[in-house]
Design a protein around this ligand. Structure first.
Ligand code: GRF
Length: 196
């Protein structure tokens, strides 16, 4: 079986990244993680990736003239490594339109809400403030408009009476770690249909 070559972009803790790496360790999984790139050199996820023997890169935006040059460098690294699928997993930098267009339908993101509700940051706080009963997470194709590309998978969790941001985030994160690898598997095997 030929495996799809995957890169993961991170900025921090890297728990979703680790869930993807673990899934890819299964010999029958149709994708392999070739590379992890962080825009923060202190990202803990870099250490985790290295502990699995995965190649890592960290790039500092301050060393580039603008976002376009920064993303062009990332693109070049991805191409040098023959990457076919990009997973953004807690990557806290908005990708440029050019980058997103040049990797059309090849970038998948995980977002900690039931999109299209609660795009952007602080999702769990907003869910609690609104008093809604259902929270969850979504995997989707990345488009240049934030958190707006085609939805691939979602998982729901109940919001409990005594939930804090932390308890809710923990419950949602558990589901993120399930649907992100499953989404990658389905993307790698061309199981999804895409809007054109
Ligand atoms: C996750 O909740 C993800 O959905 C969001 O940022 C968080 C990253 O966590 N985009 P981790 O770095 O994967 O642990």
């Amino acid at each position: 079986m030929s495996k799809k070559k995957v890169a993961i972009l991170i900025s921090g803790r890297g728990s979703n990244m680790e869930a993807l790496i673990k899934a890819c360790q299964d010999a029958t999984f149709p994708a392999s993680i070739e590379l992890v790139i962080s825009n923060k050199k202190e990202a803990y996820g870099l250490e985790i990736a290295q502990s699995y023997g995965i190649q890592t890169e960290s790039l500092n935006r301050k060393n580039f003239q603008n976002d376009h040059e920064f993303d062009s460098k990332i693109s070049a690294i991805l191409k040098e490594n023959n990457i076919e699928i990009i997973c953004t997993a807690g990557y806290m930098k908005i990708l440029t339109k050019d980058f997103v267009e040049s990797w059309h339908n090849q970038i998948i993101n995980i977002h900690p809400s039931l999109l299209p509700d609660y795009k952007g940051l602080n999702t769990h706080k907003r869910v609690l403030d609104d008093g809604v009963q259902l929270a969850g997470c979504t995997t989707h194709i990345v488009e240049s408009e934030l958190d707006s590309g085609q939805i691939l998978m979602q998982a729901t969790v109940p919001v409990l009476k005594d939930d804090t941001e932390d308890t809710l985030a923990t419950r949602v994160l558990k589901m993120e770690h399930i649907i992100f690898p499953e989404t990658l598997k389905r993307i790698a095997t061309d199981e999804f249909r895409f809007d054109k």
